[in-house]
Design a protein around this ligand. Structure first.
Ligand code: 5GP
Ligand code: ZN
Length: 110
């Protein structure tokens, strides 16, 4: 998608080290971390919002989420992690390519 920063990272146009990558998604560290460990899990397919997902996209996202517990230790998230999906401007979404924030590495405030 033209002008989408996460599509540009996916395609290597903007360099950003990928801490994990498979055929469906990649994981990078957030450039402005809000916790000791703050990653973004980004589906390779561009869609803006949960409402824009096809059934296939939903199945793929589910498969991505299922992988996270196995990846957690390697990401320094041994004691747990929090997942956040910001939807729309009220939630503070700034990049309109669906992504999942993964926060942890410390005890997080409620
Ligand atoms: P949102 O606010 O849309 O839920 O989250 C977007 C996130 O992307 C923000 O936490 C922001 O810090 C992060 N971000 C924006 N641009 C870049 C970038 O170029 N590289 C990385 N690694 N993170 C970015
Ligand atoms: Zn995109």
């Amino acid at each position: 998608m033209d002008g989408c920063i996460f599509c540009m990272i996916a395609g290597g146009v903007i360099p950003s080290p990928k801490v994990y990558e498979d055929e469906l998604m990649f994981i990078i560290s957030d450039i402005y971390p809000k916790a000791k460990k703050h990653y973004l899990m980004i589906p390779k397919k561009h869609y803006k919002l949960l409402a824009d997902m096809t059934e296939g996209d939903a199945a793929d996202l589910s498969r991505c989420l299922k992988k996270l517990p196995d990846l957690a230790e390697g990401l320094g998230l041994t004691n747990g992690f929090r997942l956040i999906i910001n939807q729309g401007t009220d939630a503070g979404q700034t990049v309109f390519h669906l992504h999942v924030h993964i926060l942890g590495g410390e005890e997080l405030p409620i």
